[in-house]
Design a binder for this molecule. Structure first.
Ligand SMILES: C[S@@+](CC[C@H](N)C(=O)[O-])C[C@H]1O[C@@H](n2cnc3c(N)ncnc32)[C@H](O)[C@@H]1O
Length: 175
């Protein structure tokens, strides 16, 4: 059901969605495992929630997950997830600072390659305020840009996804 909803929305809003189908469970689980000990997590572009569910599985009981999704159809669906740790906000991820100031991890499925350069730079700058930024993309070409904002950038490849995807895990060492 979630998969069909995603395909329909990707046809209606190809530029927002930036993918023909939602991520595989394997990619979602890998992304979520990387939050490790984070407690106050933001998710950008949760779509129909495949990564959201995995983050909730890894989040401590006193953790918080705040999702920013631009598509109201996906938001309506995400709001049916019955978990007191989850807040769903129907707004552009670029506006997230209006709602939340304190976060230690950003998990993102935003299609950065279809964003304008200023939008992309802005998302990376917002994310670099957290200890950890986990972003998946379908290209490995974001690494150099991310190294301007983070002291450590690791790349993981997930072949079992349509299309195969790269996970960037970025962090800033404590000063
Ligand atoms: C590639 S899909 C990823 C969906 C889901 N996380 C997954 O892995 O299957 C990108 C998602 O980002 C959302 N999105 C695109 N631009 C956005 C923005 N500026 N702010 C918030 N969400 C956005 C789209 O509506 C879509 O749900």
């Amino acid at each position: 059901m979630r998969r069909i909803k995603f395909i329909l929305e990707s046809v209606k809003h190809p530029k927002w969605t930036g993918a023909c189908c939602q991520s595989s469970k394997g990619l979602a689980r890998k992304m979520a495992q990387k939050i490790e000990n984070s407690k106050n997590v933001i998710e950008f572009g949760p779509g129909a929630g495949i990564i959201t569910h995995e983050i909730l599985n890894h989040l401590p009981e006193d953790g918080r997950l705040t999702c920013f999704e631009i598509n109201p159809v996906f938001c309506k669906h995400l709001k049916t997830i019955n978990d007191p740790r989850l807040t769903v906000i129907n707004d552009d991820a670029l506006n997230c600072r209006k709602y939340i100031d304190d976060y230690d991890c950003v998990v993102s499925g935003l299609p950065l390659t279809v964003f304008t350069k200023p939008q992309r730079e802005n998302i990376i700058a917002i994310s670099s305020r957290s200890k950890k930024y986990i972003q998946f993309q379908y290209t490995p070409f974001l690494q150099r840009k991310l190294k301007n904002h983070f002291t450590d950038v690791k790349l993981d490849f997930i072949p079992m996804n349509v299309p195969p995807a790269f996970i960037y895990v970025c962090s800033n060492s404590a000063e």
